[in-house]
Design a protein around this ligand. Structure first.
Ligand SMILES: C[S@@+](CC[C@H](N)C(=O)[O-])C[C@H]1O[C@@H](n2cnc3c(N)ncnc32)[C@H](O)[C@@H]1O
Length: 227
């Protein structure tokens, strides 16, 4: 419509802007470019579900896999946790280091591809978090197995991601079904853990057209049997 800035493409209005393929959108170069040009893409506050889960949690050794620009890792450090963050994007990690410095907290940040060139230290963390680490089907179980390996007996894997239903019914997130997943994929990936929660959750997001819609996420909380 003339005189308005509303996107004509309904998919774009819902936040689904599609590069050529998920291969291209998920490379180190693509993430570096996104982080270089778009500031703090998800802001500096933690994911709302993580903030709910971790509020008041006893200080722990925490690992953030695919930590991006560090919003969750830095917030966890401000809560007294000893945090390590790993991401493949050097630009994201540099921004995460700056965010930690701004908040006057120490976080160990590393650049690594968690699927290809990272060996998890066995049982080294009380809490392993994964926040929107959307990997294709051949990589996803590898990353999730490494998260399971890294968590200590009695410790917890906490995961939030865009749900498979988000493309059709939600808003934002990657527009590629290949990198989205559902409860059954997570039940398979984390079958060695005691799964306490594995369900769809909803988050209000404002689209480019100004309308607020519910993003469809999936939230998993699972603990490693003790002994
Ligand atoms: C959607 S962002 C989420 C960032 C952060 N967890 C957050 O919630 O703000 C996904 C991140 O996963 C990282 N990533 C994707 N594949 C990866 C891999 N194989 N190894 C390490 N990081 C990866 C990307 O570089 C990107 O920073």
């Amino acid at each position: 419509m003339a005189g308005t800035s509303r996107p004509a493409d309904p998919a774009e209005a819902r936040g689904h802007v599609r590069p050529a393929s998920y291969h291209e959108s998920g490379t180190v170069e693509a993430w570096d470019e996104r982080y270089s040009t778009r500031g703090m893409v998800w802001g500096t506050e933690p994911n709302q579900f993580l903030a709910d889960y971790a509020a008041g949690l006893t200080p722990r050794r925490v690992l953030d896999l695919g930590c991006g620009q560090g919003r969750n890792a830095v917030w966890l450090a401000t809560q007294g946790h000893r945090v390590t963050g790993i991401d493949q994007s050097p630009v994201g990690i540099e921004q995460a280091r700056r965010l930690a410095a701004d908040h006057k907290v120490e976080v160990l940040f590393h650049v690594a591809n968690v699927v290809e060139d990272w060996t998890p230290p066995s049982g080294a963390f009380d809490l392993v978090i994964l926040s929107y680490l959307q990997l294709p089907p051949h990589d996803r179980p590898v990353a999730h197995a490494k998260a399971t390996e890294a968590v200590a007996p009695g410790g917890t894997v906490w995961l939030i991601a865009h749900h498979s239903d988000n493309i059709a019914d939600g808003v934002g997130g990657p527009p590629y079904p290949e990198v989205l997943f559902d409860e059954s994929a997570l039940a398979d990936d984390f079958s060695d853990l005691d799964v306490l929660q594995n369900e769809k959750v909803y988050r209000n997001v404002e689209g480019k057209d100004g309308l607020v819609r519910a993003a469809h996420d999936i939230l998993l909380v699972a603990t490693k049997p003790d002994g």
